[in-house]
Design a protein around this ligand. Structure first.
Ligand SMILES: [Cu+2]
Length: 92
């Protein structure tokens, strides 16, 4: 009986793992006022679980954040930038 439960548990998890995908989100960060701001933001985000890459477009005050959607999401990323003083919104 125990064995059957384990098998069900494992097969239940497999599809989620297989579908975990790299996604990216573009964020407007109007608070980036000098060239060192993005460096701070980038450092913080790259320490966050699931974030795999950060590209900064300082001129446009935009960040493109690549992440693993099984581990994090756009909301967690915007919260993270806000926690260090850079509120951000998802760009449309
Ligand atoms: Cu700055």
């Amino acid at each position: 009986m125990k064995r059957i439960l384990v098998v069900l548990f494992c097969t239940g998890l497999l599809p989620a793992a297989a579908w975990a995908a790299q996604k990216s989100v573009t964020l407007d960060v109007s608070g980036m006022t000098c060239p060192t701001c993005p460096i701070t933001i980038k450092k913080t985000l790259l320490k966050q679980l699931g974030v795999t890459g950060v590209t900064v477009h300082y001129q446009k005050k935009e960040l493109v954040v690549a992440f693993d959607d099984a581990k994090t999401n756009a909301e967690a990323i915007t919260k993270s930038t806000a926690s260090i003083g850079f509120p951000s919104t998802v760009a449309r």
